[in-house]
Design a protein around this ligand. Structure first.
Ligand code: RP5
Length: 168
């Protein structure tokens, strides 16, 4: 059920349904660009609650350091995982055909004090992957330092892209 990209996955990327994958794929693409392995799978808060509890409770022990969770509609997965694990959780509101993802956004962003979820924009999966990379890069040791260096170089490229567009 869970597939892995890269060795030694540090980021868990989960979604409420297989139908969320087209929205969530950029999380894994961003992580891959930074050489970060991920564990990817479907864990539905409503349709497979026991799996969700097991996933959240076991995430840290399995070696994960950040969880990115995407869901649409009544999107309870990121918040429930934040309640089950001590790891940082990034929530991705998945847009569905009704309400343009505003329902997903509000379900994820308005968490009670004590249970934080770092919510990105509706469909903002790439930023969720980049934020996970920054969180990992904020740690100690050579691997984190390398990630920070890669992030700095990525940011220089962003500046060049902005300037190129301005000239076009
Ligand atoms: C949510 O319900 C999922 O995250 C998905 O965004 C939405 C619809 O799921 P499907 O009916 O397409 O499986 O739990």
């Amino acid at each position: 059920m869970l597939t892995r990209t890269g060795e030694n996955p540090l980021v868990g990327v989960v979604m409420g349904s297989d139908s969320d994958w087209p929205t969530m794929r950029p999380v894994v693409e961003a992580l891959t660009e930074f050489g970060i392995g991920a564990e990817v799978g479907v864990v539905s808060a409503h349709r497979m609650p026991e799996d969700m509890v097991a996933y959240g409770r076991g995430a840290s022990q399995r070696g994960l350091r950040v969880i990115v969770a995407g869901a649409g509609g009544a999107a309870h997965l990121p918040g429930m995982l934040a309640a089950l694990t001590e790891l940082p959780v990034i929530g991705v509101p998945v847009p569905l055909k009704h309400l343009d993802g505003v329902d997903s956004l509000l379900s994820i962003v308005q968490m009670p004090a004590g249970v934080p979820v770092a919510t990105v924009s509706v469909g903002g999966a790439r930023n969720a992957g980049l934020l996970a990379a920054r969180i990992l890069g904020a740690g100690e040791g050579p691997a984190a330092a390398r990630l920070r260096e890669r992030m700095r170089s990525f940011q220089v490229d962003l500046r060049d892209i902005a300037l190129d567009k301005g000239a076009a």
